[in-house]
Design a protein around this ligand. Structure first.
Ligand code: ZN
Length: 253
């Protein structure tokens, strides 16, 4: 089956992940689809996954895996920050994540962000922290732009610099491990713009090849994951909604 995007994502697509291998385990259908369409994708990885002291190895593996998925080496960014460490007992601070997402968006001119949802697929605290950090970035950006538009007297923001953001849907465990069998259900429950997006690529072979590039991580249970996980075959997204900026205070009379 050919890769089937439900609709086109705008501009350069930025995928924000927590660890090297997240892109292969969870976002492979989307990255594969974008690569086939010739649409540029960049990856922001917020840690080097240095829990076992393998950070440098894992960074190289990430670049290699991204190459399999159609992402150029220069479009892969790995953050090394003391507060964003793999296996940290403290939750990653949303403001630190938000700051790196801001720099990433600026550097690559990102027009669409894809990241984890609040469930983080696996519930991993770093994944959910990435979602909170991206959400904070979106809120901060909306308030900044709103304030700037009021100062300019325009009252509205320019659409040329709008940013879409979508979160990868976390499913229940039955669907999660139903592999290709989840495809019809994903199709039936995906809805088009402006609410969601759907990408399929029945080429789990590519997800396998990308995951195999992570030599240090390609242990038996991750091999099983790639075989049985729906995320090797299909990605469904939900639009991340940003609360409206606060209303300005009433004028003094
Ligand atoms: Zn991860």
């Amino acid at each position: 089956m050919a890769a089937t995007p439900s609709y086109a994502l705008r501009g350069t697509v930025g995928v924000v992940i927590a660890h090297p291998d997240d892109e292969s385990m969870f976002f492979a259908p989307t990255l594969t689809t974008l690569g086939r369409r010739g649409q540029r994708a960049a990856v922001l990885c917020l840690s080097s996954g240095d829990f076992y002291g393998l950070g440098q190895t894992r960074k190289r593996e990430l670049v290699k895996a991204c190459g399999v998925l159609g992402v150029e080496e220069d479009d892969v960014v790995v953050i090394e920050h003391p507060k964003l460490q793999d296996g940290s007992t403290e939750a990653w601070p949303a403001d630190v994540v938000s700051s790196h997402v801001h720099d990433f968006v600026q550097k690559f001119g990102i027009q669409t962000i894809l990241t984890f949802d609040e469930g983080g697929v696996s519930g991993h605290s770093d994944h959910t922290a990435v979602n909170r950090g991206v959400a904070l970035f979106l809120r901060t950006r909306a308030v900044t732009r709103h304030t700037a538009s009021i100062a300019e007297g325009s009252g509205s923001s320019s659409s040329s610099s709008t940013l879409d953001a979508f979160a990868l849907v976390t499913t229940g465990i039955l669907r999660k491990y139903s592999g290709m069998l989840d495809m019809p259900w994903s199709l039936a429950t995906s809805y088009g713009p402006p609410l969601g997006a759907f990408f399929s690529s029945c080429s789990a072979r590519i997800a396998w090849a990308a995951m195999a590039a992570h030599h240090s991580q390609f242990v038996w249970y991750r091999r099983l994951f790639v075989i049985f996980s729906r995320y090797a075959y299909v990605n469904t997204f939900i639009r991340m909604h940003v609360p409206p900026p606060p209303l300005p205070p009433p004028p003094h009379r």
